[in-house]
Design a protein around this ligand. Structure first.
Ligand code: PLP
Length: 427
């Protein structure tokens, strides 16, 4: 499917029906798969044969949707997870054990920050958070001998900071570790991180990929480009035999193209079981089929909103990397020349109280713990998704107390602007 453009891949990649087979990806709603002999089943358990035996490990519906996301990102292997949280956890935990260390941008989604700084730290994995605007020297200083990965978001939620891929990828590679990038906000329609040096991509498919607020989900894609075998001491899980799979060495058996995802499936999905339901994968695929149409509309509407509020007398500030003059516009032009995302953040003059009045006054946009959805929605991160962060952490994440995150949908933009105006009039 590589020869097709991304729009075509949104519709066709991952599944080519044979003669008389279903036109849509079939929902294989079965936990188990029948085999004629125990021997055949045994070969699957030893990863010696390909096939399905239990949906916690693999399921045809999930695999086909994962293959579509893999093609969209230009990767070599991919897997679906039950949430974006699970995708980010698996991506890191597939490389790190207790005693290891990760360098991460501080401008990331609050849930990911908490996963890293609290839960994974409890598991013995340390994180050093660096400002996305740090100098190459400051980034360099964050590395330790036990560093196993670098993590960032293409467009940070909700700070809307565009990742400096060159800076982060070259630092990661100079230290012999992969760059893992959460590409949720950009989607492969607007940015393909593998083209800019990322090695692993993660997604909360809950957002634009699904696009209709139907189901929570995640995905991990491997570029197949990172050569784990050059650093066997750093990545023993990929380069030395796995006793829980009868001594398989993932890089030997599955090559660079398949080692990372096979290990994540065989070990992490087996043991943690964060698998989406086949029905959810099906719904995600319905969303993916129009991703290439929705993203440009999101960006067009968001740019119109950013321009509109920029000059509004009741607006204190606005952030949108697609907007000329925005601090991250140059990086957006470099890495996302066709559009960034549909999320715009701004502050209403008068601080928190004014923000509350404004948000309560919105009629079309609903207040929802959600973002990157076809319908316009709005949130105050400091009192919701980022509530657990301290003042200093909020600042590092780029979340000011007055920040309003408007996720601009694909409605007629005149209606979105009119809704904003009437709510601002109430402030
Ligand atoms: N990554 C980013 C950039 C997100 O915005 C989110 C959720 O908002 C997540 C990961 C977590 O994804 P999920 O809610 O699907 O677990």
């Amino acid at each position: 499917m590589q020869e097709y453009h991304n729009g075509t891949q949104c519709l066709h990649a991952g599944y080519v029906p044979g003669n008389g087979e279903p036109r849509n990806i079939p929902i294989v709603q079965s936990t188990t798969f029948r085999y004629a002999s125990s021997e055949a089943m045994g070969a699957l358990f030893d990863l010696e044969a390909e096939g399905y035996f239990y949906t916690r490990l693999q399921n045809p519906t999930l695999d086909r949707v994962a293959a579509k996301i893999c093609a969209l990102e230009g990767g070599t292997a991919a897997m679906l997870t039950s949430s974006g949280q699970a995708a980010n956890f698996f991506a890191i935990f597939n490389l790190c054990s207790a005693g290891d260390h990760v360098v991460a941008s501080s401008a990331i989604y609050g849930g990911t920050f908490n996963l890293f700084s609290v839960t994974m730290r409890r598991m013995g994995i340390e994180f050093t958070f660096v400002s996305p605007d740090c100098s190459p020297e400051e980034l360099e200083a964050a590395f330790q001998p036990n560093t196993k990965a670098v993590f960032g978001e293409t467009i940070a939620n909700p700070a809307l900071i565009v990742l400096d891929f060159d800076k982060f990828a070259s630092a990661a590679h100079a230290h012999g570790v992969p760059l893992i990038v959460d590409n949720t906000f950009a989607t492969p329609i607007n940015c393909r991180p593998f083209e800019f040096g990322a090695d692993i991509v993660t997604h909360s498919t809950t957002k634009y990929m699904d696009g209709h607020a139907n189901c929570v989900g995640g995905a991990i894609v491997d570029s197949g480009k990172f050569d784990w075998t050059k650093y066997p001491d750093k990545f023993p899980g990929l380069c030395t035999p796995d006793e829980s799979y009868h001594g398989i060495t993932y890089t030997q058996r599955f090559g660079l193209a398949g080692a990372f995802i096979t290990k994540a499936t065989a070990q992490l999905m087996r043991d943690f079981g964060a698998i989406p339901a086949p029905m959810n994968a099906y719904l995600l695929n319905v969303g993916l089929e129009t991703l290439h149409l929705r993203m440009p509309r999101h960006c067009e509407n968001a740019l119109a909103v950013a321009k509109h509020v920029q000059n509004h007398p009741k607006i204190a500030w606005v952030n949108y990397p697609g907007l000329e003059g925005d601090k991250y516009h140059a990086l957006a032009q470099k890495y996302l020349p066709h559009g960034t995302c549909g999320v715009v953040t701004f502050g209403v003059k008068g601080g928190r109280k004014a923000a509350e009045t404004f948000m309560a006054g919105l009629k079309l946009a609903s207040i929802a713990t959600h973002v990157a959805d076809a319908k316009t929605c709005v949130l105050h991160p400091a009192s919701s998704t980022h509530r657990q962060l301290t003042e200093a952490e909020l600042q590092a994440a780029g979340v000011s107390p007055d920040l309003i995150r408007l996720s601009v949908g694909i409605e007629d933009v005149e209606d979105i602007l009119a809704d904003l105006d009437q709510a601002l009039a109430l402030v």
